[in-house]
Design a protein around this ligand. Structure first.
Ligand SMILES: [Zn+2]
Length: 402
């Protein structure tokens, strides 16, 4: 079964309780298979780990150690964690065995203390093959293995390969992916979270997506792969062999590691505004004020509302009234439908159809956005990439089957 991994923020603690039917509420029609929280959220909201434990759901604490590669504001909640450091590190800052051992020990101990049922190996963002970060990541994997053995820790582990989109190209595999796979072999068949940055961008996002899927295919014989931070491309990754994908609830839908760490240079702003609402037809979340206006368009309305009575029992009102619960249930439903397709050709056929319809909806939304200021346009790169790749894969899979 394909897995939906949901990233829970501090504002979602009560929601998650409700989704799993705790405190007398009836459980949501579909629930995430795993929960992950940012490390600083785990520290501030221990109740999320408690909910996961009582619901019997695997729980991960993302250490976000790639933030070490950028300056963090001293008041930022991540920068204040035991294993964190607000200074921007170069590979040589993390090169010594002592520094690596300290990072591994503090980072894993933090996750254990905060209830993680799978430990995430400290990871760095690798954007170039030759800037020294591949070696740092390789050695962090080895140090993690030694730490677990030395301390008799038997909690499962997961590695994160955080790669810039250029490194997904198979020409880069010998100097980046292959050394990481060799180092990960020490961890056995541990799952790998593939955080592939900025795939849904550029002039040819379909080429980037094809490279991402090829990378999934290269890792998969040795490790189950979860597409990390891939709200828009997660389903394509699952059709391409990933066991699941990870995404936030209405936000954190794209993998852009550099922007994520740069966002913490500023003092914490709090809040984050109203949560966008997941619109299944375009496979992404749309800001609420935008959605309210778009729902007055009779042509668009059927493509915006949630057709699932088990999810949004009272139609459009439920969509806008309880958007976070809807977002989780609708994503889980879409993933289950893809999973239920019994041949690869049919999975790609579904995705080709879905993305084609999504592009038509996005086009109409984007026309509306030119005339109405409150309407935000929809970035179509992920839909275009999915459509192009799914069309080719569908044909290839059908020919192979024949
Ligand atoms: Zn719904």
């Amino acid at each position: 079964m394909a897995e939906l991994v949901i990233r829970v923020s501090g504002q979602d603690a009560a929601l998650i309780d409700r989704v799993y039917g705790r405190g007398g509420a009836s459980a949501a029609a579909r629930r995430p298979n795993r929960l992950v929280v940012d490390a600083h959220v785990a520290a501030a909201h221990p109740e999320i780990a408690a909910t996961a434990r009582r619901a019997g759901v695997p729980f991960l604490v993302d250490p976000l150690t790639h933030y070490l590669q950028d300056v963090q504001h001293p008041a930022d909640p991540w920068a204040r964690l035991s294993f964190a450091d607000g200074r921007a590190h170069t590979p040589s800052d993390l090169a010594s065995n002592r520094r690596q051992e300290r990072l591994v020990e503090e980072c894993l101990s933090f996750q254990i203390e905060h209830g993680a049922t799978t430990l995430i190996v400290p990871y760095v963002h690798i954007e170039k093959a030759d800037d020294g970060w591949v070696d740092i990541q390789r050695r962090l994997l080895a140090h993690t293995c030694r730490f677990l053995d030395r301390n008799n820790v038997h909690i499962p582990v997961m590695a994160v390969f955080a790669l810039g989109w250029r490194l997904l190209d198979r020409m880069a595999w010998p100097s980046v992916l292959n050394p990481l796979l060799e180092a990960s072999a020490l961890l056995g068949p541990a799952p790998v979270a593939l955080a592939a940055a900025k795939v849904d961008q550029g002039v040819h996002p379909e080429r980037r997506l094809a490279d991402l899927l090829a990378t999934v295919g290269q890792i998969r014989p040795r490790h189950p792969v979860t597409a990390w931070n891939q709200g828009a491309l997660g389903e394509a990754c699952v059709a391409g062999g990933a066991t699941g994908y990870e995404v936030g609830i209405g936000w954190r839908e794209r993998c852009d590691l550099r922007s994520a760490s740069a966002a913490h240079r500023q003092p914490p702003s709090g809040g984050g505004g109203a949560r966008p609402v997941y619109v299944a037809s375009v496979r992404r979340s749309v800001p609420k004020p935008s959605l309210r206006v778009l729902m007055t368009d009779r042509v668009l309305l059927p493509h915006l509302i949630c057709p699932d009575l088990a999810c949004c029992t009272s139609g459009p009102a439920a969509l806008l009234g309880d958007p976070r619960a809807h977002t989780i249930v609708a994503r889980a439903r879409n993933l289950a439908e893809l999973d239920a397709a019994d041949t690869l050709a049919w999975k790609w056929h579904l995705l080709a159809q879905i993305s084609e319809r999504g592009l038509r909806v996005a086009e109409r939304v984007n026309i509306a956005s030119r005339h109405q200021e409150v309407v935000n346009s929809i970035d179509t790169a992920a839909l275009l990439a999915t459509h192009a790749v799914a069309t080719v894969k569908r044909r290839n899979a059908a020919e192979r089957a024949a």
